[in-house]
Design a protein around this ligand. Structure first.
Ligand SMILES: Nc1ncnc2c1ncn2[C@@H]1O[C@H](COP(=O)(O)OP(=O)(O)OP(=O)(O)O)[C@@H](O)[C@H]1O
Ligand SMILES: Nc1ncnc2c1ncn2[C@@H]1O[C@H](COP(=O)(O)OP(=O)(O)OP(=O)(O)O)[C@@H](O)[C@H]1O
Ligand SMILES: [Mg+2]
Ligand SMILES: [Mg+2]
Lengths: 267, 267
């Protein structure tokens, strides 16, 4: 079946959502069929496509994870962008931990639904599934990592963000041992970078050295620079790649998509 | 007993930790005795004071919440700053949800430990307790809000951050009804503001109007502007207020402290 890429980082505000929705838009622009799954109770990926969270209630990610007989196709909604569909998020996702606490295999709910979907007769499947995660390592993120074939870790070049990376290796190892997950690190994407800030340049160098020493050549060569155009696009319900296609941020997310396609091809 | 102020926002990366540790430093500078509690599995507040998370294991916030007979004073560590102590955080905090799932009253663990502490004979109590929360509304944040007398909500002037505020009223109402919590909104603090960015200015105006309409005059008049000095201080293990006392950010956090003291006095 298709690659499933989770956008994960316990650190908040590092552009997980921004990177997920812009990669989805870039892949759709290249003619791929993409499904975006919003597993964040804040439902920012849903908002990023201009979709109202209230309209999606009873047919969103929460139903998928908590209702055993709720098939994936019932939670899929159109984004209005050719080739790009979405499973909306909602605040109710925050209740999943409690709702599934006694359930065996609760970590594998999303994986199960994706497998069912691929086994069913539905013809036009997706070329890629992208999953946006909340800033935590809770049941929602574990569900994403158990279902995922790959993960992308967006980071900012700040001190706290650097510390978050150290834990990453442990988490992936635990998932493999305990849940039989096979998620691979696809790469680390540096976002909100300002080349005129000495701290950003220094942390970038430290990050690259640390990652290469511990994991290998996993830092994407694309760097997404800080630019207000990205935040302005959020209010308009369209990823910056589509709203401001000539902007440096759109260019960065476009070359990020090229790198992702190359890396997925190589795995 | 003393005011307990929780720094809360489900949205990630809005300067919860930065605001909590700098308020703690500002209050300590004015001669108050302050206890900072780090309830975030990322333990950024612990790092902000240059304390190694590994040295605190077996005497940190996780023990406080999961071990019934573990008293608060065993988890308290010095920060090296006169009048400012810390209960360190650690990655194990992420397990509290699972560890406490069958426990009755699991939301009130922190409140219980603070009450015990105040009832005990220990002479030099604290004038204020500040609690840093993770970017979620999980059991850790619920513990903080159940123990808190007040909460501060840091926000950035971005579209997603604005949407997060709407949920706030519902959350506080639920806490009051279901858990008998009495937490009051102390205020909303605008952080990482750039007055030269039209989006920031527009969102600030919208935020202020929305908050005044729905809650009243709760937006702090202090605005913390974006400045790299804040991020530079993180690597040095000292809040920016102490590391760069002449910086605009230090000035902002100092006037924020004045507003907090005034508002606490009025409640
Ligand atoms: N390249 C960029 N330049 C400027 N601002 C950016 C950029 N990318 C993201 N942002 C802004 O940073 C903030 C955080 O981005 P985003 O919400 O995508 O992060 P996140 O990691 O998904 O956050 P959370 O942890 O809350 O889920 C948003 O307000 C967004 O507008
Ligand atoms: N006034 C400021 N100017 C510039 N950068 C800032 C400012 N305040 C905070 N930052 C930076 O923004 C990032 C987020 O800040 P911080 O970690 O305090 O937010 P948080 O809300 O605690 O994040 P999380 O949701 O992950 O707990 C940090 O890298 C910090 O250096
Ligand atoms: Mg997000
Ligand atoms: Mg924090």
């Amino acid at each position: 079946s298709a690659p499933v890429v989770a956008f994960v980082n316990e650190k908040g505000g590092v552009a997980k959502t921004t990177s997920c929705v812009n990669l989805a838009a870039a892949l759709a622009q290249r003619g791929h069929r993409v499904l975006c799954v919003d597993l964040d109770p804040q439902a920012n990926a849903t908002t990023a496509f201009g979709i109202s969270v209230d309209q999606a209630i009873e047919r969103e990610a929460h139903c998928l994870l908590t209702m055993p007989r709720f098939p994936l196709e019932r939670a899929i909604t159109q984004t209005g962008i050719e080739g790009l569909d979405l499973v909306p998020g909602s605040a109710r996702l925050a209740d999943c931990d409690k709702a599934l606490v006694m359930e065996v295999g609760r970590e594998g709910r999303l994986r199960g639904k994706l497998r069912e979907f691929y086994r069913s007769v539905i013809a036009d499947k997706y070329d890629a599934v992208l999953v946006d995660c909340p800033p935590s390592l809770d049941l929602l993120t574990i569900n994403a990592l158990t279902a995922a074939t790959h993960m992308v870790v967006p980071v900012t070049t700040k001190f706290y963000a650097l510390k978050g990376i150290a834990l990453l290796g442990d988490i992936v190892a635990t998932l493999h041992e305990q849940l039989g997950a096979s998620v691979k690190l696809l790469g680390i994407l540096v976002t909100m970078f300002d080349k005129n800030t000495a701290l950003d340049v220094t942390i970038y160098r430290l990050l690259k050295e640390k990652v290469e020493r511990e994991f290998g050549n996993y830092v994407f060569s694309t760097i997404v620079t800080r630019s207000v155009v990205v935040s302005e696009a959020e209010a308009g319900g369209l990823p910056v790649l589509l709203r401001e296609p000539e902007s440096p941020a759109a260019g960065a997310y476009s070359s990020f998509a090229d790198e992702v396609v190359r890396r997925l091809g190589a795995h």
